[in-house]
Structure formats: structure tokens, C-alpha cells
Design a protein around this ligand. Sequence first.
Ligand SMILES: Cc1cc2nc3c(=O)[nH]c(=O)nc-3n(C[C@H](O)[C@H](O)[C@H](O)COP(=O)(O)OP(=O)(O)OC[C@H]3O[C@@H](n4cnc5c(N)ncnc54)[C@H](O)[C@@H]3O)c2cc1C
Length: 373
Amino acid sequence: MGDQTHEIIIVGGGAIGLSIARALALRGVNDVCLLERASLGTEASYAAAGMLAPQAEADSRDEFFDLLCQSRDMYPDFAFALKEETGVDIELNETGTLYLAFDEHDQKEIDARYDWQTRAGLPVEKLTSADASLLEPNIAPNVSGALRFPKDIQVENRRLLNALVNSASQLNVTLRTGVNVEGVQVEKNRVSGVRTSEEILDSRTVILATGTWTSLIHPTIRIEPVRGQMVCLNSKPQMSRHVIYSPRGYIVPRQDGRLLAGSTSETAGFVKEVTVDGVTSILRSATEICPAVKFLPVIDLWAGLRPKAPDGLPVLGPYGEIDGLIYATGHYRNGILLAPITGELIAKTIVQDSLQPALAPFSPDRFSPLAVS
Ligand SMILES: Cc1cc2nc3c(=O)[nH]c(=O)nc-3n(C[C@H](O)[C@H](O)[C@H](O)COP(=O)(O)OP(=O)(O)OC[C@H]3O[C@@H](n4cnc5c(N)ncnc54)[C@H](O)[C@@H]3O)c2cc1C
């Protein structure tokens, strides 16, 4: 027997763990305990840019794309509910996303994207460079064309984390910080709890929402850190209204005048350093999008670790070999976007004791040595 028993234990207090905690509590689960080794919402979920943009970079439609779009489309109600519950405005900005082309190669890429998405009936607009400059006067004069994705939007992810923490705590979720989970306790192929640095906590349901550190607790599935650096500028008045991408980077305007410029995609272990090379490449892409960016003051720099599974897809749902062990990790570049749907689908799977069909393609069991490909 451990020191305490909980109905459900969630390990990890990022956007994913917090969203699941809230969704479980809203469904009437009384005893949810979330364990976070540092402070709540300070890792990848804090480092992110908050773009909710599945269409902007997608080159085809599959189950993953559909999951991303469904989660994006949950955001207006999610934002409204969080505001009602907590008073926190998560600054959902529904202006949309622009994707710029600068040369023939970029233009081919956006033309192909426009073609398949139009055929699939998705909302996307093709703009000439003149149209794009009318919408966003600060973009570079050498833009050759652009796409506008009116449904690809953005959220202030740090406010989202505040709102989720407030909501979960109002719903009586036990939120424990400074608790490092060292391992999952298993008895006869069934989870019995977790082992922390100080105690054993019992539970018949354990959810691993530990982002890029998941393999350190349960090494069966390799989740690797992919570092992303970010540069934060001060832009008053704001440089753009839309989130603006090029194939090489993006800028994200925040309500308070911060302009985020991102990012890098690097294999650098668990080291969250900001490097000269990273910052240089980010600022080169940002000034390519809006040349006037070069006059803005840099006010902050940071890096975060995106959790990536071997196939780059999220790892969601019960782990077949151990009853009661549930994965909610591997969200890689889309954990903010996927927070609402991950919370809903994992909570429903547990409360209804039946796997939600939308989770099937993302099962942790796809990595089992016995899985048929
Ligand atoms: C630069 C950058 C830009 C990004 N931009 C976007 C974007 O625009 N849109 C988007 O959707 N996504 C974006 N992402 C990706 C997104 O940030 C992640 O997919 C998402 O934050 C993952 O959420 P998480 O809760 O799984 O992980 P995290 O936020 O990393 O949370 C995991 C938590 O688990 C805790 N933990 C780990 N191990 C233990 C342990 N043993 N015991 C207790 N606690 C533990 C950690 O301390 C951490 O708080 C970006 C990421 C980066 C780095």
C-alpha cells in the first residue's frame, strides 16, 4: 500500500495534463491528482507560439489532420467556457493566418496546398501580392503570392495555461508541484500507482502527460525532445494582424504588442539553450516576412522541447500491455492546438471505459513489437 490513494493520477502539468484534469473533473471524477515536478505550465506549453493552424502547413488529409482541425474548431467554445469558469481571457485571435511565397519554389508549394485544400472543400483564399499587401501593409514588397487560412487562428498559450490551472483548481483537482515521478508501479500487468522521489501514491489509473520526458518514466515508447527557439520583439503598433508564415519561419502578433518570431527544429537533447545560430536564422526569416522587424527591440528569448514520437504523431490512449496506464504525449508541434480534444477524448475513454474511435490511430500500441503495420 502507498502513502495515499487517488482515483486518477495525471503526471505532468503542461497544457495536456491540465486539459485532461479539467475534462475529467467536469465529467464528475472527484479525486483527480495531478503531479508536476517543477511548476505548472512552465515547459513546452509555455514556450509555444499558440498557433492553431492545421491547414497552413498541411500537404494532405489524413486522420491526424482531421484531429487537428476538430481540436481547432473546439477553441471558440473552449475559450468561452474557460472565461466563464475562471474570468481569464485566453485571447483567442480569429483574424486568420497568411502564408507567403517569395519565389517559384515557395509558389509551387502554396499552389499545391491551395489546390488540394480547395478540392477537399476547406476554407482557403489565394491572394496576389497586391491583395496580401493590402491586408498586411508591412509585409515585404517581393512577396510573389500568398494563401489566407481564415480558420487557422491563434491563442495566448500562457493565458491558456493560467485559465486551465484556475479551472482545474476550482473543480477540486489536487495540483501538486515539486513532485518528481520516478516510475510507474505495476502489479500483474495492472497499474497500481506511481513512485515519486518521496513516496508511493496508489491509483488504478495513471495518465502520462509528461511531454518530452515520458520515456524517462516509462521507456517503452521513445519520445524525443525537438528543441524550438523563439525570439520575442516589442512591436507597438503591431507589425501585423494575422499570424504570418513563410516556408522558413513565422511571426505571431500578441494583443499586448509582443511579436513572437519562430522557430528552430533541433536535436539537442534536453538542453533548452538559445543559440546565436538559432536566433540568427529566426530573425532572418522574420525580416524576410516583414523587413521592418529589424528596427524592433528584442525583449525576450527562450527555447522549449517539443515531444516527438518516432512517427511524429501523438501517442494517445490506453497502453495494451498494462491495464490502467494511459498515454497522452508526443504532441510534437501541436500540443496547444490539440489540448482541448486530447482532454475530451482521454476523459471520455476513462469515464465511459471505452476507447474513443478517434484515438485509435494514435494508440501507444502501434509501437508494440507485435503491432501489424
Ligand atoms: C518554440 C515552440 C513553439 C511551439 N508552437 C506551437 C504552436 O504554435 N502551436 C501548438 O499547438 N504547439 C506548439 N508547440 C508545441 C507545444 O508546445 C507542445 O506540443 C505542447 O506544449 C506539449 O504539451 P505537454 O503538456 O505534453 O508538454 P509540456 O508543456 O512540456 O508539459 C509536460 C510537463 O510534464 C512535467 N514532467 C515531466 N516529467 C515529469 C515527472 N517525471 N514527474 C512530474 N512531472 C513531470 C514537466 O515538468 C512539464 O511541466 C511549440 C513548441 C515549441 C517548443
